[in-house]
Ligand binder design. Structure first.
Ligand code: NAD
Ligand code: ISE
Length: 335
C-alpha cells in the first residue's frame, strides 16, 4: 500500500521531509501541500512534487479524501489545531516538535487521542531513532550500573535575531528533555536555570549560554548546557555517569586527518546533517504504522510531558528559582 501524505508547513523541515518522502523512503507519496505562505508551498511543489495539490488551508488538506496521513511541519505555535483536526478525522499525524507550545495545548491533544481510544499521533523527537543514542541506551540499560548523573550540551553555531531566551527551552532543550527521559526511563521532578556570563555574540534579547539543571524522580541530577552562538559547530554531547562506569554519546562519523603537525576531525555545522539518518528512520516508522491506520514512536503523552517540563524551565528562567514539576496520571492508552 502507498501511504498518501499531506504536508502542512513547507519551510525548512517541511521541505526536507517532503524530499525524504519522495526520494528516500518507500511506500509513500506526497499528494498535498499547504503553507500559510502559498508561495512556499508552490516552491516545494515545483521543486519536489509537481503532481501534489496545493491547499490554501491546512484544514482542507486534512479533510481531503486522498490524504491518508498528515505531516505537521508548520511553526510550533500552529501545531495544536492541525493535530486536533487530524485526530478528529481519524488520520495518523506526525507532528514536528513541539507538540504544542503550552502544556494545556498538549493536554488537549492527549485527551482527544485518548477519547478516540487508539494511537494516531507521533511526535518528531527523532533522537530516539538516532543510532548513537540507541547504542547509548543499550549501554545505560546493561553496562554502567545505576545512572547517577548526566552532563549534556546542545550547541548551535548561530541563531537568527528572532530566537529569544525562552526558545532555548521550547525549541532547543526540548530534544534533551525528551531523549534523556527516554534514555533514563525516568521523569523530571524539578528544574532550575542559571545564566553564566553572556556571550558577546548573543543579540540583546537573548541570554546565551544557559545551564539547565534537572532532577528526576529516581534522584538523577542532570546538567544541560545550551549555547546557541557557540560559533564553532553544531555539537551535541551527552555523558551518563553510572555506579559502575561512564558512557558517552558517540561523535558523528568523520575522517581523522593527520596533516601538517595536526590531528583533526571535522565538526558538523548544521542540525539537518547531524541527525539526517534518524529523520529517515522516524518517518519510515511513521509510514509503516500509518499504513495500518495507527501511529508508533514518541507519543502525544511524551509531547505533553516535554511541554510541562519546558514550561517549568521557562518559569525557572524567569524566577531564578527551583521549579517543581508534577505530572498528572497517564491515560491507559500510553501504558
Ligand atoms: P520554518 O520557519 O522554516 O517553516 C515553517 C513554515 O510554516 C513556514 O513556511 C511558514 O510559512 C509556515 N506556517 C506558519 N504558520 C502556518 C500556519 N498556520 N499554517 C501553515 N503553515 C504555516 O521553520 P522550520 O525550521 O521548518 O520549523 C518548523 C517546525 O519544525 C517547528 O516546529 C520546529 O521546531 C520544527 N523543527 C524540528 C527540527 C528537528 O530537529 N526535529 C528541526 C527544525 C525544526
Ligand atoms: C531547531 O528547531 C531544532 O530542532 C534543532 O534540532 C535544534 O538544534 C535547534 O536549536 C532548533 O532551533
Amino acid at each position: 500500500m502507498t501511504v498518501r501524505i499531506g504536508v502542512i508547513g513547507t519551510g525548512m523541515i517541511g521541505r526536507d521531509h517532503t524530499r525524504r518522502m519522495q526520494q528516500v523512503l518507500a511506500g509513500t507519496q506526497v499528494v498535498a501541500l499547504s503553507d500559510y505562505n502559498p508561495d512556499a508551498a508552490r516552491a516545494v511543489q515545483k521543486d519536489l512534487v509537481p503532481d501534489a495539490k496545493v491547499y490554501d488551508r491546512g484544514e482542507d488538506l486534512i479533510a481531503a479524501p486522498d490524504v491518508d496521513a498528515v505531516l505537521v511541519c508548520s511553526t510550533g505555535s500552529t501545531h495544536e489545531p492541525y493535530v486536533l483536526a487530524a485526530i478528529a478525522a481519524g488520520k495518523p499525524v506526525f507532528c514536528e516538535k513541539p507538540l504544542a507550545t503550552t502544556a494545556e495545548g498538549a493536554l488537549r491533544i492527549v485527551e482527544a487521542e485518548a477519547a478516540k481510544g487508539s494511537r494516531l499521533v507521533q511526535v518528531g523527537f527523532m533522537r530516539r531513532y538516532d543510532a548513537g543514542y540507541r547504542m547509548l541506551k543499550q549501554v545505560v540499560d546493561n553496562d554502567i550500573g545505576t545512572p547517577l548523573m548526566v552532563h549534556a550540551a546542545h550547541r548551535n553555531p548561530t541563531v537568527p535575531d528572532t530566537y529569544g531566551t525562552p526558545m532555548a527551552i521550547h525549541d532547543t532543550l526540548i530534544h534533551e528533555i525528551d531523549v534523556l527521559r527516554w534514555l533514563l526511563n525516568d521523569d523530571y521532578v524539578s528544574a532550575q536555570v542559571v545564566f553564566p556570563r553572556k556571550s558577546s555574540h548573543a543579540h540583546s534579547g537573548l541570554r546565551d549560554p544557559q545551564m539547565v539543571l534537572l532532577e528526576t524522580a529516581k534522584g538523577i541530577r542532570i546538567d544541560v548546557e545550551i549555547f546557541v552562538n557557540c560559533r564553532y559547530g553544531y555539537d551535541i554531547q551527552c555523558q551518563i555517569v553510572g555506579e559502575e562506569g561512564l558512557a558517552n554519546l558517540p561523535e558523528p562519523m568523520s575522517i581523522t586527518l593527520r596533516k601538517q603537525a595536526h590531528l583533526q576531525n571535522e565538526i558538523l555545522m548544521d542540525w539537518k546533517d547531524r541527525f539526517i539518518d534518524s529523520y529517515d528512520v522516524e518517518l519510515a516508522d511513521f509510514i509503516k504504522a500509518a499504513a495500518l491506520g495507527t501511529a508508533a514512536g514518541p507519543t502525544a503523552w511524551d509531547g505533553y510531558v516535554a511541554a510541562i517540563t519546558s514550561d517549568a524551565c521557562v518559569q525557572a528562567q524567569e524566577s531564578g528559582q527551583i521549579v517543581p514539576i508534577t505530572l498528572p496520571a497517564r491515560p491507559a492508552l500510553y501504558d
